[in-house]
Structures are given as C-alpha cells and as structure tokens.
Write a protein that binds this ligand. Sequence first.
Ligand SMILES: [Zn+2]
Length: 111
Amino acid sequence: MEDCIFCRIRKGEIPSEILYKDDDFMIIKDINPQAKIHLLAIPTKHVPYIDMLDDAGASLLGKIMHKVSKMQKQLGLTNGYRLIINQGEDGRQAVKHIHIHILGGERLSEF
Ligand SMILES: [Zn+2]
C-alpha cells in the first residue's frame, strides 16, 4: 500500500530503526514508546486486520512470536516481555497494517 507507513518503512522510503528484517517480517522501534523497550513486529505483506489474514498469514503470526522468543536477549528483553495486537477501532489499532507490539525492558504494569 503506497500510503501505509509500515510498507513505506519496509521499502526504505521512511527512515526507521530496523532491528531485524527477513522476507516475512521486520522488527522496528516504536517512535512513541510506551515502555523502556517498545518494538513492533510487522509482517511484510500488507494486510490491514487479523480477520483478513489467510492461513499463511495466520501461521506467520505464530512464527513471528516464536522468533521474538528466540531473539529476546538480542532485543534486550532479558527478563520477559509482553506481546500485544491492537485490533480494529475499539482495540485502538493506529496503523491499518497488522503489527505486534513487543513491550519490555522493565517491570510492566498489570492489566
Ligand atoms: Zn502496509
């Protein structure tokens, strides 16, 4: 999508601190961090909402979560972390391109 900020970051049109990138997804720093460490894992393919994912896209979300667990030390998440997906209007999804928030680097508040 031409006007999607995440797709534009992926293409290098908008600068961002990319911590990891492969064909399927990338991990960047959130520009408005809500925790000491606040990263975003963003699938490469532009799909706005979770309910629009095909089977491969749904599997990819699981793969991303697994990859984050393998990379946790490298990402500075030495003592646990939280993964969040904001879905739709009530979920306060800011960018209409599926992404997983990764929060940590400190003791997070309880819900
Ligand atoms: Zn996009």
